[in-house]
Design a protein around this ligand. Structure first.
Ligand code: NAD
Length: 494
């Protein structure tokens, strides 16, 4: 069956999944779930409401308290989560198709997300479940003091649309491995794969009511989850503006802790000692145009030494010119539409602002106004630090070029936004690479030479976003610790 035939056969069923079964939302308001490749309606979805969230949290609390998951031997949780990863691989085409239809991701990229990113992450967290080891303090006399990790309880998770399957795994992976129950609220643009994952979790052996999903709007379902008095931890991935609202709601309700993975405006700093500009140009394109620039860590600022600016820019522009947008269900497509009409309008607005502010569009991408949310790559040269396109997250295929002469200037430009998520530095001088890695305010910094790199290291080292990009660490063992609470237990006596 072709992808188009499979798409026509999808039976959309977006409604709350609570206690192991679908149940209709009690909300009456509905909205259209749009395919951004065509701007046609895939299905109608309920806006959801606080009553749906109440019911999901009630069930998640009951299941947490009865210990059906939290009291399982951690090794058993590992086995079940590994089985879920296997099921995800078995259902990769189905999950990838849902993501592609709802948010326009090219089908090959969606398959990669499921097969490579999401399942690898889940297997890794599964393997950490029995490694949440506490410590004991030096003891004297009859005393024994221990630190132990315990699950927090009911976790609320709110996710964005850019990597629907991966974003879901990012939340339920560590939350479930650490023994919590969870209520997930996926983006209203892309809920289907999260719901399917909850079904697959049940099949893998996660007990009913441990993994619940309430789809709907941010202002209804998301806000109700962030405000809920019986949620013990709220983990959020999305924009900085929404993240701040979530903090406020969490503080006003029960003061639950929050973890925020927010926006970015990551720089790619290129010094003039690199000797393979073609390789660098390929890497710039990859880290900028991945997912059409709709990636929190997209490197959308090219901060380049003025000696090599012209030659590097020429290579980047000629490559970008060749990147044509296309039907996401065509396996040859590498650049799909943006995720929604709103996202297209946002990016269009930033392109207009860039032109008005005096930046030079060395590549001006076409914008399709209807029948598909397609925007081709745009590159702005002569971008200055004060321009909004240099400071604000555009979340689309727009690259801003800034030049420097001295190392200090490169550092100042790299740090010249409110964000602090990621950065890449290109130099053959490892001393300089180290200095920049330490001076740049970002959760993770890559230092690269010029084409001699081997494959990247494992992705399970933890990091924390900085500045307006959020806080809290979700990856690796630190991730599991974030989803746990640390208790000190003291024994006194002979
Ligand atoms: P968004 O903030 O608009 O929405 C994210 C989620 O929050 C959605 O589920 C939405 O329904 C919900 N929401 C919206 N308003 C809410 C409210 N008032 N209360 C509670 N929930 C609410 O973000 P988006 O457009 O879906 O995603 C793009 C953003 O996500 C970008 O800023 C991107 O950088 C960020 N992001 C960050 C990371 C990271 O790891 N740092 C990863 C992916 C995406």
């Amino acid at each position: 069956m072709s992808w188009t035939e499979s798409a026509a056969a999808v039976r959309w069923n977006i409604q709350p999944f609570i206690d192991g079964r679908y149940r209709p939302s009690s909300a009456t308001e509905r909205f259209d779930n749009i395919n951004p490749a065509t701007e046609t309606t895939l299905c109608q979805v309920s806006a959801g409401n606080a009553a749906d969230v109440d019911e999901a949290v009630r069930v998640a609390r009951k299941r947490f308290n009865d210990g059906c998951w939290s009291q399982l031997p951690p090794g058993r949780r590992t086995e079940i989560l590994v089985k879920l990863a296997d099921l995800m691989v078995a259902h990769k085409a189905e999950l990838a198709l849902l993501d592609s239809l709802e948010m326009g991701k090219p089908i090959q990229a969606a398959l990669f997300d499921v097969k490579n990113s999401a399942t690898r992450l889940l297997r890794s967290w599964a393997g950490f479940a029995d490694k949440l080891v506490g410590i004991s303090a030096p003891s004297i006399g009859g005393a024994l003091s221990l630190n132990v990790y315990e699950p927090r309880g009911v976790v609320g998770a709110v996710t964005p649309w850019n990597f629907p399957t991966v974003n879901a795994v990012y939340k339920f992976g560590p939350a479930l491995a650490a023994g919590n129950t969870i209520v997930m609220k996926p983006s209203e643009l892309s809920s289907a794969s999260t719901l399917r994952l909850a079904e697959l979790a049940l099949e893998a052996g996660v007990p009913e009511g441990v993994f619940n999903v309430v789809p709907g709007l941010g202002a209804t379902v998301g806000a109700a989850l962030a405000s809920h008095p019986d949620v013990n931890l709220l983990t959020f991935t999305g924009s900085t503006i929404t993240g701040r609202k979530i903090m406020e709601l969490a503080a006003r309700s029960n003061g639950k802790p929050v973890m925020l993975e927010l926006g970015g405006k990551s720089p790619q700093v290129v010094f003039d000692d690199v000797d393979d500009l073609d390789y660098v140009a390929d890497a710039v394109l990859q880290s900028w145009l991945w997912n059409s620039g709709q990636v929190c860590s997209a490197h959308t600022r090219l901060v380049v030494h003025e000696n090599i600016k012209d030659s590097l820019l020429e290579k980047v522009v000629s490559r970008a010119r060749l990147r044509k947008t296309g039907d996401p269900l065509d396996e040859a497509t590498t650049l799909g539409p943006l995720a929604s009409p709103a996202q297209r309008d946002r990016v269009k607005g930033y392109i207009e602002q860039g032109l008005k502010s005096g930046a030079v569009a060395v590549l001006k991408g076409a914008i399709q106004e209807k029948g598909g949310c397609y925007v081709s790559p745009t590159i702005f040269d002569r971008v200055t630090r004060d321009m909004s396109i240099a400071r604000e997250e555009i979340f689309g295929p727009v690259l801003c070029v800034q030049t420097f002469r001295a190392e200090e200037e490169a550092i100042a430009l790299a740090n010249g936004t409110d964000y602090g998520l990621a950065a890449t530095v290109w130099t053959r001088d490892m001393g300089r690479g180290r200095r920049l890695a330490q001076a740049i305010n970002a959760g993770y910094v890559s230092v690269r030479t010029s084409g001699q790199e081997g494959p990247g290291a494992g992705c399970m080292l933890s990091h924390e976003p900085q500045k307006a990009s959020g806080f809290g660490s979700e990856q690796g063992l630190r991730g599991l610790q974030s989803y746990s609470t640390l208790k000190s237990i003291n024994f006194n006596g002979a």
